[in-house]
Every structure is written in C-alpha cells, then in structure tokens.
Design a protein around this ligand. Structure first.
Ligand code: CP
Length: 334
C-alpha cells in the first residue's frame, strides 16, 4: 500500500509520470477507471476552498464518492501525540480515528497545517505521520506542516502547459508580504516540483525567511542531477525579471514564530516585495496557489494580467489529483 505524503518521497521520473497522466486525463486521452466505486474520506483540520472541492469533483466525475469531515465541527477534536493524557479538548486519538475511517472508505486524506510555534516540531509533521502510521488504506496529504504535494503537482502541470518542455527554464519563487505569517508547505512543494521538472530554481526572500534546509537539500540534489542550478537570493527584482515563471508566495519567518508584532513589522518594512507588473518580464508567467490577498501579496494589475494562468493552476488540482487517486488505487490492486 502506498501513501501520497511528500514530493520528496518520490523521484522526479515518478512525479513526471503522474504529471503526464494528469495531462492525459485532462485531455480525455485516458480515463482514471480505478476511481469508479471508490470512497475517499477527507479530514480537514484547516479550511479549504480548492482542495476540498477539487477532490470531491475528481471522485464524483470519475464514478467515486467523497466524505468530508471538519475536525472539531463534524468530528471530535483529535489528539495525535503518543502517550498523551487526554484530559483536554480532544476526545479521540488519531490512532483510533485513522483506523476506523480506513474501514469505511478506500483512501484517506488529511489537511493539517504547520502550528508555527516550533520549526523542529513542524518538520516532524506529526499529525500527517500519525495518520500514516494508523491508516490501513492509502493516505493523501492535502497540505501538512512540511509539504502540499497535490499543489506542487498541479504547479508542474501548469508550467508544462505554459512552457512545453520545462527543462532548463527559469523558475523563481518570490517571497511576498502578508498580514499574518503563513506556513512554508506550498513554497516547499513548489521548489521541489520545479527542481523535479528540470528547471533552474531561484528562491528570492528577505533575510530570515529561509525554507526548511532538508527541502533545499533535496531540491539541490534534483537540480544537480538535472544539470540545473538552485540559487537563493535577496535580490528580488533582478531574479523575477529574469524568470520564465514567477511563483509568488508569502510565508512566515521561523525566527519570528510567536512574535506577532515583530512579524507584522517585518511585513511592513518589506511591503515593496509585493508582486507588481514591474517585477515581471513581458514573457513571464505568474503563478500563485490561491487564496491570495490582492494588493498585499500581488497587485491587482499583476493578478488581473495573469488571471487565466492562476485559475488554470487551480483547475489543475482536479486533474493532478485524479492522477494521484488513479495511481494509488491501481497500486493497491497489485
Ligand atoms: N491552494 C489550496 O490548497 O487552496 P485551498 O486552501 O482553498 O484548498
């Protein structure tokens, strides 16, 4: 039985096959027939617009069905720590919840964001791995503390659609300001997807906003194997103006976890990192995972100019997740 937890768990060739499968499904060249009759149970610790809807749509469109649970709303509060004395808000442990939900459906999916109190604790991804340990059906990561691998695969498909062959093309992930610190899962998976797609990868961020070193090490290994480069810079405009693809994303500074005033001040002093048309060459494509705060992260003018690409990127969640589901259900049958 396979799980779908992180892009970093796979190799670039395996990821490329999934992108190709997603493109074939989208074009109607193949049908993901293993989805028919299957039940996907989704467990959300955090809100969602795209992830929930695109998974429900993928299951329904190809003859399966989906159950969606909001933790603490539809379900009991869940504990994930081993050995916890459960005398607080949580009435049920992931140990039982994952085992029971596995009996009702054919796959489980979980969204559990980084807590952003302790970077080392987040790097262990304890909720996702708690579910993975106790699930007896394939588990899908719908964004955890470390990665958003479904988003990363959709990002890759979108770049393939815009660029054709992605090999050797220039991908720039640009940090952007926000009103609150966001997790690093999306930028981690975006960087890994671009590296696996054979692109030159540049990560532009102000001092203090570094990504997880393990993710960087993995992305460096993939770029080195592809003969491309991975560069980290604080020279945002020079980087983005030279890019074929600019991926705008905000995330919080690890050193400022728990210090809301300092984080707010950091965003304020770096407000000019907001992506505007001036950051982009005439031929560049702009990506964002959505949701996006207009005129904070990206200006109206830049967003409106690249609206179609960003909506295509969101649509591609549907097709790449159909490919992931097909792959997991097919692997299970073997
Ligand atoms: N990009 C993404 O995962 O969107 P949602 O948070 O709305 O699911």
């Amino acid at each position: 039985m396979q799980h779908w937890l992180q892009l970093a768990d796979r190799d670039p060739a395996a990821l490329r096959k999934l992108v190709t499968l997603a493109a074939d499904i989208k074009a109607g060249r193949t049908v993901p027939d293993a989805i028919a009759g299957k039940i996907l149970t989704m467990v959300f610790f955090n809100p969602s617009l795209r992830t929930r809807t695109s998974f429900e749509a993928a299951m329904a469109r190809f003859g399966g069905s989906a159950i969606c649970l909001s933790v603490g709303g539809d379900t009991w509060q869940l504990e994930h720590r081993g050995g916890a004395v459960m005398n607080g808000a949580a009435s049920e442990h992931v140990r039982e919840a994952a085992a029971v939900l596995s009996r009702y459906g054919d796959a489980l999916a979980v969204r559990s964001f980084a807590k952003m109190n302790d970077a080392r604790e987040d790097a262990r991804d304890p909720v996702l791995h708690g579910f993975a340990e106790h699930a007896t059906v394939p588990l899908i990561n719908m964004e955890s503390a470390v990665e958003h691998p479904c988003q990363g695969l959709a990002d890759w498909l979108t770049m393939h659609e815009r660029l054709g062959d992605t090999a050797g093309r220039r991908f720039v992930l640009s940090w952007a300001p926000h009103i609150k610190p966001l997790p690093r899962a999306v930028p981690h998976s975006a960087v890994l997807a671009a590296a696996a797609a054979g692109m030159h990868v540049t990560i532009a961020h102000p001092s203090g906003y570094q990504l997880d070193p393990d993710v960087i090490t993995q992305a460096e290994a993939w770029t080195a194997a592809a003969g491309t480069t991975l560069t980290v810079t604080d020279q945002q405009v020079a980087a983005t103006r030279a890019a074929d693809v600019v991926y705008a994303k905000s995330w919080g500074a690890v050193g400022l976890y728990g210090d809301a005033p300092a984080q707010a001040e950091s965003f304020r002093t770096q407000a000019d990192w907001q992506i505007t048309p001036g950051h982009l060459s005439a031929t560049a494509h702009l990506l964002h995972c959505l949701p996006v705060r207009r005129n904070v992260v990206i200006s109206d003018a830049a967003l409106d100019q690249h609206h179609t690409t960003i909506v295509d990127q969101a649509e591609n969640r549907l097709w790449t997740q159909a490919a992931i589901l097909q792959h997991l259900f097919t692997s299970q049958e073997r």
